[in-house]
Each structure stands twice: as structure tokens, then as C-alpha cells.
Design a protein around this ligand. Structure first.
Ligand code: ZN
Length: 298
């Protein structure tokens, strides 16, 4: 199942004749399930069973929708976890080394935006990071890795946009702040349930900047695969339905290039995951260019 956010209402979508058809979950269920995407994920198990039985995507009352209609699959997650250096080749290019346990930070939830988004560039060096984003479907606490996928509602494509000067400024690196500017968490195009994937632990992902391929990798190369991340995070924190986990990026970010390359106004970043979809992020001049940025030292 593919679950999209269309105008703040959850829609089950299916590909049809080069586009999509969507079913409004609240309407199609006769009001049984809420329209709000996060409230719906709170009732994930019941909703998934209903959707499997009702086959709502085949219904005659579906409406045509396009990717431009889609907002973030979970627009207001309560917690957003992100993992740094989760691929060997990316750990190498950053020079930060391979971590002994998942290097965890947050992208504050106000940075989350949708699959087709204009993002204002703050001062500094803004970089791209395509990532598999996992959406929790159940509260999780102390979950063993072997059971972890049962706690996942689905996955989507994400961009962990990062302002490198603040992120890496010595002596106080600021991963969470530098990756949480407005719009720095594009996600989408929709939530794809794990049963739609040939192997949820082996997906090709990559991104293009202005049509040039800059990243291409496979999630099978994660140092800490999705089940291991959920086990280790839920050993410490209670994970909630709708929480997002940005699972790390493969090699090819601008910081790792010689010379380094960063994004400019007018650049377009296309990020994709095989069997999941693609999202498009355009960088634009900041309307808040006058806001002083503390300590963005080169
Ligand atoms: Zn990242």
C-alpha cells in the first residue's frame, strides 16, 4: 500500500495510466478512520487490516492525484531520529570515522516538508544527503531486531539537508541545529508499506543535482541496518507511531568532494529509492537572509 498526504488528508494511492488515483481514507471508511495522517498512523494495525480487506484502491470513487498534490507523509511527527555515518563509504569521505554504535541526532520536526518543495538557503554551506526514512507504525520500547520490521508502518524517501559550517564547527558540532532549518527535511512522495518491497533491507537509493548523479548506494550496505537501529533506539527511547528515522546516507555528498561542492539558489535535487519513489527539492534564495546566524564559522 502507498499512503499519501493530499491536502492534510490521508489517501491510499495507486499508479494508473502514468498518474495516480487516490482514495480518501476517512470518506472511504465511512468515518471509521481519521483523515489526519498522524492520527491515522496511531491506528495503524486496524487501518492496515481494513485496507487489506476493503481493497479501497480498486474503488470506483478514486480521484486522480499527482505528485504535486502530495505533502509530507507524516507532516508533524513527534520525534525525528537521524543517524550519521551509517555507510562505510560515507564515513570515509567525511573523515569522521566508523562509529561503534549508531551516531544519533534529531532533525527538529518543524524542518519536515513534502516531496516537491522549495527550500530557502540559509547562510553557510548547504549539502545533500539522500536517505531511506522509516515511519514507525506502533509504539516501540525494547524491541528485538528480529521483530523490528513489525513496528514499521512504511518507508519513504528523505533528504537530510545539512548546513555544514554549523554542523561541524569546532569545538561544538551542531548536527541537530544545522540539519533543522525550515524545509531541511523533505520526505515523500508517500509512505510505502514493507510488503510492497522485494527486500526492505536492500533498496537502491541515490540523488541527482541538476540532473547529474551525485549519490548512488544500497541500503544493504548500512553499518546498522533498519532492524538494528530500531532495536538500539528503542532500548533507550520510547518510539511512537509516526516517528521518523532518517537512516543515514551513502557516499557522494558535496562535503566529500575535492573541492567540496555545495548547493546554490536555483539548484534542483532529485532523490530516489527504487520501488519507493522520488522527491524533488529546489533551493531558493532565503527570504530571511537578514536573520543573524550565530557562530557559522568557516
Ligand atoms: Zn544524514
Amino acid at each position: 500500500m502507498r499512503l499519501a498526504n493530499v491536502g492534510g488528508r490521508a489517501h491510499i494511492v495507486a499508479s494508473r495510466e502514468g498518474g495516480y488515483r487516490g482514495i480518501d481514507v476517512h470518506a472511504a471508511s465511512g468515518g471509521r478512520f481519521p483523515a489526519d495522517p498522524l492520527e491515522l498512523i496511531e491506528e495503524w494495525d486496524g487501518f492496515r487490516d481494513w485496507a487489506a480487506a476493503a481493497e479501497p484502491a480498486r474503488r470506483a470513487d478514486s480521484v486522480p492525484v499527482t505528485r504535486n498534490d502530495f505533502a509530507a507523509p507524516v507532516p508533524r511527527p513527534r520525534q525525528v531520529f537521524a543517524i550519521g555515518m551509517n555507510y562505510n563509504d560515507h564515513a570515509d569521505e567525511t573523515g569522521l570515522g566508523v562509529p561503534a554504535s549508531p551516531s544519533t541526532f534529531t532533525k527538529f520536526p518543524t524542518c519536515i516538508t513534502g516531496p516537491v518543495a522549495d527550500v530557502a538557503l540559509p547562510p553557510g554551506d548547504v549539502d545533500w544527503e539522500v536517505e531511506l526514512v522509516v515511519v514507525l507504525g506502533r509504539a516501540a520500547r525494547g524491541v528485538p531486531a528480529a521483530d523490528a520490521w513489525d513496528f514499521v508502518a512504511g518507508v519513504c524517501v528523505g533528504q537530510d539537508l545539512s548546513e555544514r559550517r554549523m554542523q561541524l564547527a569546532p569545538p561544538s558540532p551542531q548536527f541537530s541545529l544545522a540539519k533543522s532549518h525550515p524545509g531541511f527535511g523533505p520526505t515523500g512522495p508517500f509512505l510505502v508499506t514493507p510488503d510492497e518491497l522485494d527486500d526492505p533491507d536492500d533498496l537502491e537509493l541515490g540523488c541527482m543535482v541538476n540532473g547529474e548523479e551525485v549519490q548512488k548506494g544500497h541500503t544493504r550496505d548500512m553499518l546498522f541496518p533498519v532492524p538494528e537501529l530500531i532495536a538500539r533506539l528503542s532500548a533507550v527511547v520510547t518510539l511512537l507511531p509516526g516517528d521518523l528515522i532518517f537512516t543515514g546516507t551513502p557516499a557522494g555528498v558535496g562535503l566529500g568532494r575535492k573541492p567540496p561542492r555545495f548547493l546554490s539558489a536555483g539548484d534542483e535535487v532529485v532523490s530516489y529509492i527504487d520501488q519507493v519513489g522520488e522527491i524533488v527539492t529546489r533551493l531558493v534564495t532565503s527570504p530571511h537572509a537578514g536573520i543573524p546566524q550565530p557562530d557559522a564559522r568557516p
